[in-house]
Design a binder for this molecule. Structure first.
Ligand SMILES: NC(=O)c1ccc[n+]([C@@H]2O[C@H](COP(=O)([O-])OP(=O)(O)OC[C@H]3O[C@@H](n4cnc5c(N)ncnc54)[C@H](O)[C@@H]3O)[C@@H](O)[C@H]2O)c1
Length: 296
């Protein structure tokens, strides 16, 4: 690592709100690139489990050669208080994909940080322009759709809202550069590019299983073998979390009216049964070990 990269990493103090699938992914990515992280969630039990998950992810990232070898790890602080974000240079919101929850959390973050703090939402589907109305300074808000696992997938989708300023775009580029990510910038829309394409595909794949056309293994096998998908849509669903997918599909359906985005009965049933995918040990597939649940 060059002196300049080390200084860059030292200059960032990252707040992450929401210690679930993506909050732990983003935290591991940042810590592994030498950035200090303050991770916020609603209770200590979630934060204890998140610390364990982040350790697994850092180990996995290192094994996969996905972290700079010569950069000292950042320090992780966990807390239940949004007020502890006060000294952050950037805060990334990664709470559940439910607009009332995001509205409340984004309002709290915005009140806790100083003007000039880069504010990022990792939302899957809620337009940035909607969220800009929920914060004090909409020009400082930008969408960054980190992928899962965040430390293995280099590309991120950056969503520029109508109000997002040039200074905010420069700040987000600097952060992503420190994190070793590549960005493609798009305009705002429900689901952006990735999830406007991916979520209806997953929903349709689940419908095929529901209708008895093929098993999950066969649907994924065909998409992998014939179309070159790396994991298949239903293994991807398990990785994302079926609860999150159902919430995201609802956001898309409400805003686009597209019937392909109305979550199918099989996914709704899996959520009711608590079979949310890797994070609960069962979704379309079963996951037995901690490594299977916490890593790719
Ligand atoms: N799962 C994925 O693969 C993926 C990928 C890209 C983007 N996203 C998006 O990232 C965001 C987070 O998704 P996830 O999969 O990590 O969800 P998750 O359900 O795994 O985690 C959400 C976390 O938010 C916490 N939370 C809820 N209310 C909170 C509050 N008031 N304050 C602090 N924390 C709170 C929950 O306790 C939970 O730990 C969502 O907007 C989702 O759509 C998810």
């Amino acid at each position: 690592m060059t002196d300049q990269q080390e200084q860059q990493a030292e200059g960032h103090r990252l707040g992450v709100v929401g210690a679930g699938v993506m909050g732990t992914n983003i935290s591991a990515l940042a810590l592994g690139h030498g950035v200090d992280v303050t991770l916020v969630d609603v209770d200590e039990e979630i934060l204890t489990s998140a610390r364990r998950t982040i350790r697994h992810k850092l180990k996995h990232a290192q094994l996969m050669g996905a972290l700079p070898a010569d950069r000292p790890r950042g320090t992780l602080t966990t807390t239940t208080s949004t007020a502890d974000l006060a000294g952050s240079t950037t805060v990334i919101e990664a709470v559940v994909e439910i607009d009332e929850v995001k509205r409340k959390v984004l309002g709290e973050i915005s009140a806790a940080v100083a003007p000039g703090t880069l504010l990022i939402s990792n939302t899957s589907c809620i337009p940035v322009d909607e969220m800009a109305g929920w914060v004090a300074r909409g020009d400082e808000l930008v969408g960054v759709h980190f992928m899962n696992p965040s430390y293995l997938i280099k590309m991120v989708e950056v969503i520029r809202g109508t109000a997002t300023s040039e200074a905010t775009m420069a700040a987000v580029r600097a952060l992503l550069d420190t994190l070793g990510r590549e960005a493609l910038v798009i305009n705002d829309a429900p689901g952006f590019v990735i999830n406007r394409l991916l979520h209806p595909l997953i929903n349709r794949a689940a419908m095929l299983v529901q209708e008895g056309v093929a098993t999950a293994e066969t649907v994924d096998g065909l998409l992998e073998g014939c179309l070159g998908h790396s994991t298949g849509p239903l293994r991807t669903a398990d990785l994302i979390g079926i609860d999150n997918l159902v919430d995201s599909l609802r956001v898309l359906h409400e805003r686009t009216g597209d019937p392909e985005c109305d979550p199918c009965e099989l996914m709704l049933q899996k959520v009711r049964d608590g079979h949310h995918g890797r994070k609960t040990g069962r979704g379309f597939y079963n996951y037995h070990s901690a490594t299977e649940r916490h890593t790719r």
